[in-house]
Design a protein around this ligand. Sequence first.
Ligand SMILES: [Zn+2]
Ligand SMILES: [Zn+2]
Length: 434
Amino acid sequence: MGQRLSCRERHESGLFAAIANGELELVEAMIEQDPSILEQTTGHGRLSALHVAASNGRIEILSMLLDRSVKVDILNRHKQTPLMLAVMHGKTGCVEKLIQAGANILMFDSLRGRTCLHYAAYYGHIGCLKAILSAAHSTPIADSWGFARFVNIRDGNGATPLHLAALQKRPECLHTLLENGALVCASTGGFGYPGSTPLHLAARGGSLDCIRVLLAWGADRLQLDSSGRIPFTVALKHKHRACAALLDPSSAAPLVWPAPLKFISELNQEAKALLEKALMEANREREKTLLKKADMPQSPLHSDSEDDDMASEASNVELCCICFDQVCTIEVKPCGHQMCAHCTLALCCHKRPDPATTCPAGPVCPFCRGSIDQLIVAEFKTSGDTEVESSPAKPRRSRKSNFSEGSSSFKGLSAMGPFGIGGRSSGKFAAEKE
Ligand SMILES: [Zn+2]
Ligand SMILES: [Zn+2]
């Protein structure tokens, strides 16, 4: 390296240091003195001033540079935009500012052909991920490319953002991507050749949380990768035994979020959160058995004290008439019948529309067999006297006694005697026999 920096070079390195440190006035003074300094880039990476501001989260300097009409999508050596670097470093404020300034979310770097959405999923910055998705909804991308295509965009290796989130153990990003239309069984292979699915990569990464989310969204445990392996084999190869236990195709299949049902896709946030929680709880109960069989420590995520809290809370509210175990939290519209989130979910998961028929018949209300137009969160009633006339008699005793038998939240799903759901797969509701 040259021992002596020229005056000019010293000035430039000073500029980038000042930007990185967020010294707005100093940076402004340097630009006043020599506006051409903005055309300079750092040494090997060829980062521009805007790149340095974005990756360091210096939003004021970033705004000032944009006001001076610096090109928002200026590229560095690897064709990375300032937006990509802001996303990589999780600088959500800068990401939003750059998008406002018109940054293109559909640029590909030259390293692996990745977009800013790939970066967000890979580095696990959920705030950045959401900012990009919301931009994708409102910018011309949605019109020209289509939102779904953007969410499932592939990098140079065929990996979608969902693949990268699975590999890097980012369950929150996985969930957000899936909610936004990411294809759970997307394959990295092209032209009809098999490749890895997100489930294969989650098995390699060894994240139980990611595997849970993917399975709950319908990931296929039997899909083969290019080496002819199922995710189970991949988990075993990488010595993730707990993951392998969940991925073992011979073990009971988990409940899958009934996304195709119309009223499920139209749930409000509150009702959705209740049902999703019930789904994850039901699947965790199933996991307990699997992990016990595999002689693995049980999931720390499930705490029994949580159930106890619910039990005391439940002592003076109405119990679900299907399981006599959980509190009624979901109300069916228009009939007004109520049941617990677990039973609602069981109903929806066991009676999904048949893709083979053109007119899918969804589940009906188990009490009156009326159609289900909407599910809402039931309002808590503290007194049993204010019952809806049409609702069947409800038991009004404390559920405390139920807990002595080692009751669990999953019981709601397995103990559905009144509706003929005996075992795990018999899956026949009275309502189904019409
Ligand atoms: Zn119930
Ligand atoms: Zn009803």
